[in-house]
Design a protein. Sequence first.
Length: 162
Amino acid sequence: MKIALICDSLLLDRSLEMYLKEYLTSYKLCDFVVATQFVESQKPVFLIGNFEGANLKIPFTRDLLLQELEAFDRKVRGRAMQESKNEESRIYLEPLEEDNIKRANVASASFDIPKTIESSALQDNKFNSNNSMLKSKIEEVLHRYAQEIESIVLEHYKDKNV
């Protein structure tokens, strides 16, 4: 469990730092954020305070804090695992598509490409069609990763310029 703190109270900030010292890390590396006010974040936010929607009310003990944070962490990890499974199921919907990807991988790794792909015109057209679908999916994934990296870099520089 890696946690970043965003706290508007100096006293509460010091208490949380003391309670959570072994879990604290930077925003960039954290699993989720512990905050004492509503914040916009790309990471999950655990709220502490006496307002509606808070995950933990003030006052609290160290044991209660750790117990609630561990439950929140399990919930966040469960969501992440479910999203990962959903993404995998979307990628491998058709077994035929998986076979085409494997064939494309074998063909691209082979030194003698014409022998690895059947030479009939029908197979060549089918392979080229599947190959272009694979290329477009790879480009889509790379584009998403580029956007994610860009947002992390912009967030990092925004934090430094504040």
